[in-house]
Design a protein around this ligand. Structure first.
Ligand SMILES: Cc1cc2nc3c(=O)[nH]c(=O)nc-3n(C[C@H](O)[C@H](O)[C@H](O)COP(=O)(O)OP(=O)(O)OC[C@H]3O[C@@H](n4cnc5c(N)ncnc54)[C@H](O)[C@@H]3O)c2cc1C
Length: 302
């Protein structure tokens, strides 16, 4: 439970108006689902983050680092602890030669746009991924043959003791939708992308093309967290789910999209419990029919 003493301590690091109590997480996730976080702090810079992480670590208060909430299912009961949001307020981007230097709260679309503007190629794949650069690095986000691992050369983080660390591509140990700092008490503050010079028109055309493919294939008209499941080796999750006859399968307000069976979507009033039940039932039926384990890509909080 977050009491007045904790809020007072947080106030010594960030302005009071950046500290929100009992904040509904549904407003901070693309699924539009989630109960209240005890405390929600909007970060503006690395200095604030260092102080807060050191304090929360020493006080043993649970915390969660949030980007754009686009890969997240937050429980209906919310989160007992502090959510540290690294978003819009920490989102500057600069370009130095072939390098894009992005604060972690910048969106991947903004980073891809900056690359296009400067005639740099390598980030086209990221233009349609609706997360922040920080979340993208943690998840090694990828699409259409590209992934963060191919273009990230330096990641600045604040660790659980409030210390700044610089990690290179190798130390990040990028894997399929994972990295060495996923599920650790690390907060990404800045990412450097090293890109190649390219033809601005061709870069723009590729971004357009990939955007059109997304709009055609994905149920972007409903709230979701993107692909619900990781791609099982040798298969496609969406194809297996479709072949199991689960397209349109619905519990409460959560439905397996018919347009793309790999997505569970919120039809308007879905609870986290509804989504969890749909996920379990899909896993059960796919396992029974095809002997394949579907592992969620979506991260559960609370
Ligand atoms: C319509 C739709 C399409 C999508 N398409 C794709 C796709 O093509 N490819 C793909 O890979 N993903 C896709 N996703 C999923 C999602 O956008 C990515 O996983 C994205 O990288 C998550 O970024 P985020 O900022 O929203 O992170 P969040 O959802 O906020 O958090 C995800 C994880 O990252 C951590 N995190 C976030 N920011 C930081 C930070 N600054 N420091 C430390 N940890 C942090 C969180 O603690 C959590 O563990 C899609 C989602 C949607 C809704």
């Amino acid at each position: 439970m977050i009491g007045a003493a904790v809020v007072e301590a947080l106030e010594s690091f960030v302005p009071r108006e950046n500290i929100l109590l009992q904040e509904r997480m549904a407003g901070h996730t693309t699924f539009r689902i989630g109960g209240c976080a005890d405390c929600f702090v909007q970060l503006e810079n690395e200095t604030q983050l260092k102080g807060i992480q050191r304090y929360l670590g020493l006080a043993e208060i649970p915390y969660f680092v949030l980007g754009n909430g686009s890969n997240l299912l937050v429980s209906d009961d919310g989160f007992r602890g502090v959510v540290l949001q690294i978003g819009r307020r920490m989102s500057g981007i600069s370009v130095e030669g072939r390098r894009i230097i992005a604060k972690a709260g910048a969106t991947m679309a903004q980073a891809a746009h900056a690359a296009w503007e400067n005639g740099l190629t390598g980030l086209e794949f990221a233009a349609g991924i609706p997360g922040t650069v920080g979340g993208g690095v943690i998840m090694n986000a990828g699409a259409y043959g590209g992934e963060m691992a191919q273009v990230v050369t330096r990641v600045s983080v604040v660790n659980g003791q409030g210390e700044v660390m610089e990690l290179d591509n190798e130390t990040m140990e990028f894997g399929y939708r994972t990295s060495s700092i996923k599920n650790k008490r690390f907060a990404v503050t800045e990412v450097v992308f090293s890109l190649e010079r390219g033809d601005k028109e061709a870069i723009g055309a590729r971004m357009e093309e990939l955007g059109a493919r997304r709009r055609e294939k994905q149920p972007l008209e409903y709230p979701s967290a993107g692909s619900t499941f990781k791609r099982p080796e040798g298969h496609f999750a969406g194809k297996l789910i479709m072949e199991a006859g689960l397209g349109g399968f619905q519990i409460g307000g959560a439905r397996v999209s018919k347009k793309h069976c790999g997505f569970v979507v919120n039809m308007g009033d879905a609870t986290a419990e509804d989504v969890r039940k749909v996920i379990s039932e899909v896993q059960r039926q796919v396992k029974e029919m095809f002997h394949v384990d579907l592992e969620p890509e979506v991260i559960f909080l609370g």
